[in-house]
Design a protein around this ligand. Structure first.
Ligand SMILES: [Zn+2]
Ligand SMILES: [Zn+2]
Ligand SMILES: [Zn+2]
Ligand SMILES: [Zn+2]
Length: 334
């Protein structure tokens, strides 16, 4: 009693009333609030690299390959800029950790990085170091191959909540050699498949309507939107008799030359949609669409170059230019 701590508290806290047994207290206010513990937010590129740095895993030259590897293998997918684990990623992790506890420990990997640095600096010979590693590692692989329970393929499938338009079975996300794709559970009878899209990608695709009111100038049949390896395009519904096809127009003129802007897709599995000038290669205008609308006029917003930090409105008369609006993004991808 009488310590400094107590005195400090006494000055700020009103004295307790003198209560006797059985006195009624009046309750002034009840706030119905339940507190849930928030899980830590999922990693972004920046926070993941910071975590790797802090734990001593990887080196500046390997951060980018580490991230592209976990994405290419479909262990994580990016949603709103954050990595979300896939079912495959969770199953692989749950399988590897109990079967290879040493190799999967953060301490082991950090120690390995240190030894590799020592080898690079000529302070450690690599033959004995590798021998030390491979002996026990080989043994645990052999043991796992013999003893570990196999994971059934179906357990890797993720439900999408979608139903196959063709046969009514559930549509699920499967992992293939070339990455994830959506397929009908009725396979092999039903062979319907489609690509996996992030909410951003879907929002960007939906910026351009697939209801086109256009007729083939060669045979006068209606044109329709088709999706090929290089993204969407307009094709004549008279195919295969009429092979007329053309790019999908964005509906906005090129800001540099006034020709039509058209939708294109980068090559490769994770290729993104971008807009380029129909007058390419004479005009080299190209821009990345953003899923959120222009905060000033509500029209299409794009970014130029690699970063997605600075947005500009495609409508020249609006002229909005500024940091990519974030609140609108939440709404656009909801
Ligand atoms: Zn089906
Ligand atoms: Zn035609
Ligand atoms: Zn142009
Ligand atoms: Zn605008």
């Amino acid at each position: 009693e009488g310590s400094d701590d107590n005195r400090a508290e006494d000055e700020n806290t009103p004295p307790l009333p003198n209560l006797a047994d059985g006195d009624a207290l009046d309750c002034q206010k009840i706030t119905p609030e339940q507190h849930f513990t928030q899980p830590p937010p999922r990693y972004t590129d920046a926070t993941l690299i910071r975590a790797l740095e802090e734990q001593g895993i990887g080196r500046p030259s390997t951060y980018a390959p580490i991230i592209s590897t976990i994405m290419d293998r479909d262990y994580v997918r990016k949603e709103r800029g954050r990595f979300q684990p896939t079912k495959l990623g969770l199953v692989v992790t749950d399988f590897l950790i109990p079967n290879f506890p040493d190799v999967l420990s953060i301490g082991f990997t950090a120690k390995m990085e240190e030894r590799l640095d020592d080898i690079a600096d000529g302070e450690l010979r690599w033959e004995p170091m590798l021998k030390d590693f491979y002996g026990p590692f080989d043994e645990s692989i052999a043991k796992t191959m013999k003893e570990a329970e196999r994971v059934p393929r179906e357990s890797l499938e993720e439900e999408t909540g979608e139903i196959c338009e063709q046969c009514g079975n559930k549509m699920v996300i499967k992992s293939g050699r070339y990455g994830p794709f959506i397929a009908c559970r009725g396979y092999p009878e039903c062979k319907i498949t489609k690509p996996v899209e992030s909410p951003e990608e879907r929002a960007i695709r939906e910026l351009i309507s697939e209801d086109v009111d256009e007729y083939c100038e060669k045979c006068e049949r209606p044109m329709a939107v088709k999706t090929g390896r290089n993204g969407r395009f307009l094709a004549c519904t008279g195919y295969p008799e009429c092979k007329n096809a053309k790019p999908l127009r964005v509906g906005v003129d090129c800001p540099d030359c006034g020709n039509d802007l058209v939708e294109r897709k980068q090559k490769g599995r994770n290729g993104r949609i971008f807009y380029s000038c129909s007058n390419y290669p004479e005009c080299k205008f190209a821009a990345n669409p953003l899923p959120q609308p222009c905060p000033d006029c509500g029209k299409l917003l794009v970014t130029r170059g690699r970063g997605r930090k600075n947005a500009r409105c495609l409508d020249e008369s609006c002229g909005f230019m500024g940091p990519t609006p974030q609140e609108e993004l939440e709404e656009a991808v909801a």
